[in-house]
Design a protein around this ligand. Sequence first.
Ligand code: MN
Length: 259
Amino acid sequence: MTQSRRTFISASAAATVGLATAPAAGQTPAQSARPVFDVPPTHVAVAGSGDVFPVRRIYCVGRNFAEAGVATGREPPFFFQKPTDAIQYVPAGSVGENPYPSLTKNYHYEVELVCALGSGGTNISVANALRHVFGYAVGLDMTRRDLQRTLGDEKKPWEVGKSFDRSAPIGPIHRSDIIGHFPNGAISLSVNGALKQEARLEQMIWSVAQLVSKLSEAFELKAGDLIYCGTPDNVGPVVKGDRIVCRIDRLPDLSVRIV
Ligand code: MN
């Protein structure tokens, strides 16, 4: 083999190796690749520790409480997502400042139990579902109700009505291995001291375990996923200056002021 022939072979071998290690679409880039800028992670404090819960996805459940006076059938639960950075973490004992968002004239509260997953999977059985739960928090599914309704009526995605910045206030996550699970208990919300929403968690049409199981049929659930489990009847509007206090038995209050 001549020198030039050998050089050609080794050059083409290197090119082949280069092709094989170049990141293809959807693959992880080489370890040496560096982000061109930092995107801050989304964290929620874990109560009673210096730890934080890193948020991967935020799933929300629609219509999971029977509405007063309406004989709601047990339709399958439906789900939507909020972007991870829609989280607004509010420490226990403090008041979060939640900005009245653009584009709406009907900004609504929805108090919800939030389930935080410590592991996941697909096709999780109801019997195994609670093993994947890391803990629970009180959350608010804030909603541009006018946009949500209009978009829904027009059969368009309601993204702008539901999945906007800071639309997901949340309190600290309490570990289920310490506090247990939430098959029952009172859930309520007041605005400026006046009770607006009041129900019991046992009125949820789909339990936490059933929601985890159903969701896992559609998505591969993973550690870091949050599930906003749906709100009771009597959602309503707030204006700038209003103070919302959300309450679920055994969890600290979640308080926000609309600014
Ligand atoms: Mn909701």
